[in-house]
Design a protein around this ligand. Structure first.
Ligand code: HEM
Length: 503
């Protein structure tokens, strides 16, 4: 017992010494200024878990748009706040800022594999391949749009099935958007009643919650301490295991019935064909691990991002019924009766488009941005950032930058319209980030958001069992992701063409 106590004391002293040595390293690298670092705690006093983003914004008021913090004693991060700083780094010095940083909550599973977590040559090859393969499979083309239109039709039918009763639309929206990515990845769509599919959606939701929760934020600071201890990360690992096991089963099925003469039916096929082509290359990045980790991340991103954004847009329309009315009037005026909304209609539906963009801006789905690292020693605004410096580009602060968006906390779709009522997009509208790591699913997400939103509003009038004043727009959880609050929705058929219906 005594020996254990002595070892614990020695370990504590060692950690203390190591963390005391840290502040000096900031001066060596000519890093941006920041708050004093406490031994073992880093900047925990300024950055309380659960409000990491708010804490970073508070620090930027004191230290300016570029500053340094310590998440825990050793994780040193340079933070970029506001459109100008993020644009100058990720946009103007794109190559230098193109490395992927750490997500302690997920690193144990992905371990530098797959397109999201990879760096260097591995990332370059996986990114190029994934982009081209998804494009060949119809992403950004008419075929891809048809898949989205067919899925939204099923979603509309499922909404109809509620017959005016209040329901939480989260699961159905996540399933519908997931089906689109499942069709690209596995060539499959799943019934909304399929229990295995529902378990996958719940696992993706649990992963999102786990990495964004206050505990997830604490883990980003103290993973070295928390990893060996029991805690919520065992639950997160279970969710990730469910996603990975589902992906593995799909890959195994594809391996069983792959037609080696092609063409690829989906992304898994395309990857397997590429693996076969490169099997003599001992340095190939087209390995089973990279296949599984690329597909698992795409499944997660395709399930949790667009569904949550559409959900938030619907919530805003419940909160602002006049805006809902204006969207429906535009749809009635511009779309011929019985015609499903398509991307080609976008130019004729500037108000609908503006509402959707304003919802995306206000939500700021990824407020902290995803972590980057510098790929070489980088001179930025007079500071010298050593190779490997972690960088958080705060996308929430770009989307809510008061120098670009007047009264940024207000819901005002008009900011996306010019004086003639045409759609305009400010340069600071960057929910997908920018530069070399810009979201790989941006085109798909934009197409899904528009077609889903327009089709739902074309089919239904939306109501809430609560009065608009009682609806909160505050995220249920705000961390790596802003997760919109849950709410009850009621739908009834929209009276879009009253004149023709009464004839
Ligand atoms: C509203 C929807 C979405 C938003 C707001 C969004 C946002 C983002 C952001 C902020 C990043 C980090 C970029 C950076 O590192 O600076 C990212 C990366 C990524 N996203 Fe999305 N995303 C969305 C939907 C999707 C979808 C539908 C997919 C794919 C099916 C996807 C796949 C990816 C991938 C693979 C990356 C990593 C890219 C790389 O590291 O090279 N995203 N996304």
């Amino acid at each position: 017992m005594e020996a254990v106590g002595t070892w614990a004391l020695l370990l504590f002293l060692l950690l203390l010494l190591l963390s005391l040595a840290l502040p000096a390293s900031r001066a060596r690298g000519h890093l941006p200024p920041g708050p004093a670092v406490l031994p073992l705690l880093g900047n925990l006093l300024q950055l309380r878990p659960g409000e990491l983003y708010a804490g970073l914004l508070r620090l930027s008021q004191k230290y300016g748009p570029v500053f340094t913090v310590h998440l825990g004693p050793w994780r040193r991060v340079v933070v970029l706040v506001g459109h100008k700083a993020v644009q100058e780094a990720l946009g103007d010095q794109a190559e230098e800022f193109s490395g992927r940083g750490t997500l302690a909550t997920l690193d144990q599973t992905f371990n530098g594999h797959g397109v999201f977590f990879a760096n260097g040559e591995r990332w370059r090859q996986l990114r190029k391949f994934t982009m081209l393969a998804l494009r060949d499979l119809g992403m950004g083309k008419r075929e891809g749009e048809e898949v989205i239109q067919a899925e939204v039709q099923r979603l509309v039918e499922a909404f109809q099935g509620t017959e005016g009763r209040p329901f939480d639309p989260s699961l159905l929206l996540a399933q519908a958007t997931s089906n689109i990515v499942c069709s690209l990845l596995f060539g499959l769509r799943f019934s909304y009643e399929d229990e295995e599919f529902q378990a996958v959606i719940r696992a993706a939701g649990g992963t999102l919650m786990g990495i964004s929760s206050p505990w997830g934020q604490t883990y980003e600071m103290f993973s070295w301490l928390l990893r060996p201890l029991p805690g919520p990360h065992t639950q997160l690992l279970r969710h990730l295991d469910t996603l990975a096991a589902f992906t593995t089963r799909q890959v195994q099925q594809h391996q069983g019935d792959l037609d080696t003469s092609g063409p690829a039916r989906d992304l898994v096929d395309a990857f397997l064909l590429k693996m076969a082509k490169e099997k003599e290359n001992s340095n190939t990045e087209f390995t089973e691990k990279n296949l599984l980790m690329t597909v698992t991340y795409l499944l997660f991103a395709g399930t949790m991002t667009t569904g949550a954004t559409v959900r938030y847009a619907l919530l805003l329309l419940l909160k602002y019924p006049d805006v809902q009315k204006q969207v429906q009037e535009e749809l009635r005026r511009e779309l011929p009766e019985g015609q499903a909304p398509s991307l080609q209609d976008r130019a004729r539906l500037p108000f609908t488009d503006a509402v959707l963009h304003e919802a995306q801006r206000l939500l700021a789905l990824v407020p902290l941005g995803m972590p980057h690292v510098t790929t070489r020693t980088t001179c930025f605004r007079g500071y010298m950032l050593p190779k490997g410096t972690e960088v958080f580009p705060l996308l929430g602060s770009v989307l809510h930058d008061p120098t670009v968006f007047e009264q940024p906390e207000e819901f005002n779709p008009g900011r996306f319209l010019d004086a003639e009522g045409r759609f305009k997009k400010p340069k600071a509208f960057l929910p997908y980030s920018l530069g070399k790591r810009i979201c790989l699913g941006e085109g798909l997400a934009q197409a899904e958001l528009f077609v889903f939103f327009a089709a739902i509003l074309q089919a239904f009038s939306l109501d809430s069992p609560c009065p608009p004043d009682a609806l909160s727009l505050q995220p249920a959880v705000s961390g790596l992701f802003n997760i919109p609050p849950a709410f009850q929705l009621q739908v009834r058929p929209a009276d879009l063409h009253p004149s023709t219906q009464t004839r």
